[in-house]
Design a protein around this ligand. Structure first.
Ligand code: ADP
Ligand code: MG
Length: 315
């Protein structure tokens, strides 16, 4: 059976098929059309538009029995995705997409439909977009994390455990001390790992507008989608927006200054102590670097190295 066998109403987009290259992923994709259809039947939904997807999730626009619009989101359950329904329930539709129903057995969620054609990535003025994202972040992290989520304290400790072994795989001499410095900075803030509900993946494409342009009155309501929630310190949330729209950073001709400008705007709006935010952001650089090295990289990602140096004042 192929993933898009014609007897299925649900077709998995080719790009999503291409983004899973291991055996478990392929098995999940092969079962995905039938799984999606079982939820269409279970929640009595009608398909209502072409499928969307990110790197892991299949998102189907659907209509509910009362005619209201929703989306069905299916994704493999792992340590990162498991907490998504819990976090969305805690935010209760205020600053993140509203969770209408979910099945913990498979991680499938029925969500309020937002306007997928309007994400923060489409807001032309970078500073305006950054301010909107920062204000949203401030509201999201105002909540304490519900019990049962992975913690930043554990995540950070696990990173420090893996570091010595992975460090030796870096080939460029200057990369090793930079990563060690990131780890040292994170060690300093580790005694206060925080207890807030973190989104962890708040980049511009994960912020969508509520309602359609035509039907909305008043200012746009921007809501987060796609959290990979964690209990911890909000300083760990800044890196995605520091990295997004990198062309804008390059265009200024002074990357360190432009990164510093973004960092100051975010810490000011979210109300973060700069030293703590620096420590946790460098911890986030470390996290990404460790993943890259585990995936075979022998050098640090230049953007991330630029961000780390800028925050350390050595850019
Ligand atoms: N509630 C929603 N309403 C409308 N579109 C959505 C909604 N949630 C997700 N999408 C669409 O599906 C895409 C992938 O969803 P996302 O939750 O970001 O999954 P991934 O983890 O794969 O990035 C989004 O970029 C968006 O286009
Ligand atoms: Mg996403």
């Amino acid at each position: 059976m192929t993933a898009d066998a014609p007897r299925h109403r649900v077709r998995v987009p080719d790009a999503l098929l291409a983004s899973f290259d291991d055996e478990a992923g392929r098995a999940w994709l092969a079962a995905l059309p039938a799984l999606a259809e079982s939820y269409l039947d279970w929640w009595d939904l009608r398909l209502d538009g072409p499928p969307a997807h990110g790197t892991v999730a299949l998102v189907l626009p659907v209509a509910r029995p009362d005619g209201s619009r929703a989306v069905l989101k299916l994704q493999p359950v792992d340590e990162e995705t498991r907490g998504e329904p819990l976090a969305l329930r805690a935010w209760a539709g205020r600053d993140a997409v509203r969770l209408l129903d979910s099945d913990p057995a498979t991680g499938t969620m029925l969500l309020e439909r937002l306007d997928a054609s309007r994400s923060l990535a489409g807001v032309a003025d970078g500073t305006v977009a950054l301010r909107i994202l920062s204000e949203l972040l401030a509201r999201l992290v105002a909540l304490p994390a519900p019990a049962g989520l992975p913690t930043l304290a554990d995540t950070a400790a696990a990173m420090l455990d893996r570091l010595p072994h992975l460090l030796s795989r870096l080939e460029v001499p200057a990369d090793r001390p930079l990563l060690t410095t990131c780890a040292d900075a994170m060690r300093e803030v580790l005694p206060e790992p925080g207890d807030r509900l973190l989104h962890w993946d708040l980049h511009y494409e994960n912020v969508l507008a509520r309602g359609s342009c035509a039907g909305s009155a008043g200012p746009t309501q921007w809501l987060a989608i796609d959290p990979k929630p964690l209990a911890g310190h909000p300083g760990f949330e800044l890196l995605p927006a520091l990295r997004n729209r990198w062309d804008d950073i390059v265009a200024t001709g002074n990357a360190a200054r432009a990164v510093g400008h973004r960092f100051r705007l975010m810490t000011e709006v979210v109300g973060l102590d700069r030293q703590q935010a620096t420590g946790w952001t460098l911890g986030r650089v470390l996290q990404n670097a460790l993943w890259d090295i585990e995936d075979g990289a022998a050098t640090l990602d230049p953007q991330q190295a630029t961000i780390a140096r800028a925050l350390l004042g050595i850019g």
